[in-house]
Design a protein around this ligand. Structure first.
Ligand code: GLU
Length: 425
């Protein structure tokens, strides 16, 4: 059944394949050498299942997507008050590399612009730059669920050319924001921006935030829920450079982009998303990446301010009224992530039964994606030569029987009778 979801995601990716607008970041010379055509989408469910589309194996540098993670580590290590004493949480409305601090507080306005991100690095408690970097590497890797490595060429390239960030770091020192040597702090900052990741790493890192700080792949608690809440809040208001307002209105997920072409987006409690396409707009966001996220949000109903009436568990009960005939009873409001979970549970367990009955008679509300996925389950089972039945008395999934190849039954008993008949035949 996972292929039903994957097909859906592939279709959304394909809608944007032809987009070639934008330009590679070239102020870091090494970034101008990447393949401009790379295009990838990875999506992690809250329980760690990964869907990959396009060039999900291609590595690129994390760049500014590192910022929320170092900020989270600083919050985790020294607490919110100590972090707030050095870095604000207000959107700046300025470019990411603006050489500025807040006029009144003399602090960087937020941790998602370079000034705030460099300050965040300096707050990681360690006695040497290497020790600080090791803590950052360990934290990012724990979020991704694998050991992340540096792209040394990109690191050297940025270190050799990063005058603007040097200006920012020395300015921060003059305002008393940086206590450590600015060049030492910058060296760690340049290294953290140069971690190689794939869209799947980003999806896993996002899913760790979506799960309140637990990596769904490894089960490890990386940080606590309060840290994640603060980090996601700042990502909502400041994550997409100075296009945060557009992003929140159109896509509606806490997110962070990087000039390497990546975007990480989080749907709290539900999904982690990683996207890659290195051609950028004037603000530094991936052109195709933003459009892809917009379509995902619209088509899968992912905007975090979409008001669903109830978010109780989707599977209410699973039982076997007869040997070999298993009923999956769903309820509540069914959106993409709920339907995805049902599809995958059926797929995982399908060797255990001869016939499956999907009962949607207690579903209150459903969206188009969930409808398509659920109607696809019994059709897909039938296509494999297995038996799938849908109990849908109100026609909530199957509105028009001609549209789908799935028959709907009014009651579980009717479906059981049909299954028994078919199994005997
Ligand atoms: N390393 C880059 C810089 O500091 C990151 C910028 C970005 O991705 O926005 O300029």
């Amino acid at each position: 059944m996972a292929q039903l979801v994957r097909r859906y995601l592939d279709r959304i990716l394909d809608e944007h394949r032809q987009v070639t607008d934008g330009a590679l970041a070239c102020y870091i010379p090494e970034l101008a050498r990447v393949d401009p055509h790379g295009f990838a989408l990875s999506l992690s469910s809250a329980d760690g299942f990964i869907y990959e589309c396009g060039d999900a194996g291609v590595e690129f540098t994390i760049q500014s997507i590192s910022k929320p993670f170092t900020y989270a580590l600083a919050l985790d290590q020294i607490g919110q008050n100590a972090v707030d004493a050095k870095i604000g949480v207000e959107p700046s409305g300025e470019a990411f590399n603006e050489i500025s601090v807040d006029e009144a507080t003399k602090k960087p306005k937020n941790p998602m612009i370079n000034a705030g991100a460099i300050a965040a690095v300096s707050l990681i408690p360690a006695s040497t730059p290497d020790e600080r970097f090791a803590m950052i590497a360990e934290f990012y890797s724990a979020c991704a669920g694998r050991r992340l490595e540096l792209d040394r060429d990109v690191y050297s390239s940025e270190k050799a050319t990063g005058s603007r960030n040097r200006a920012i770091a020395y300015m921060l020192q003059s305002f008393g924001v940086l206590d450590d040597d600015p060049d030492d702090v910058l060296d760690v900052y340049f290294r953290q921006c140069s971690f190689n990741v794939t869209s799947t790493d980003l999806a896993r890192m996002a899913a760790t935030l979506a799960r309140g700080g637990v990596n769904p792949l490894t089960g490890r608690r990386v940080t606590n829920a309060a840290v994640v809440k603060r980090t996601l809040s700042v990502m909502v208001t400041c994550g997409m450079y100075d296009a945060a307002g557009d992003w929140v209105s159109a896509v509606g997920m806490p997110a962070k982009s990087g000039v390497g072409g990546g975007i990480v987006a989080v749907l709290p409690g539900q999904l982690g998303i990683g996207v890659y396409s290195p051609l950028l707009d004037a603000k530094g966001n991936s052109v195709r990446g933003v459009r892809l996220c917009r379509s995902l949000s619209e088509q899968l109903g992912l905007h975090f301010l979409t008001v669903a009436r109830d978010s109780r568990a989707t599977l209410r009960a699973v039982y076997e009224p007869r040997d070999g005939i298993r009923v999956y009873e769903t309820h509540g409001d069914l959106l993409f992530s709920g339907a995805e979970q049902v599809a995958r549970t059926v797929e995982r367990e399908r060797a255990d039964f001869a016939a499956v009955i999907l009962d949607v008679s207690r579903v209150d509300d459903i969206d188009d994606t969930a409808r398509e996925l659920l109607s696809g389950i019994s059709a897909a089972l039938r296509a494999e030569g297995r038996a799938g039945y849908l109990v849908d008395p109100a026609g909530i999934v199957i509105r028009n029987e001609l549209e789908y190849e799935t028959v709907r039954y009014a009651t579980v008993d009717d479906a059981v009778a049909a299954a028994e008949r078919d199994l005997r035949a």
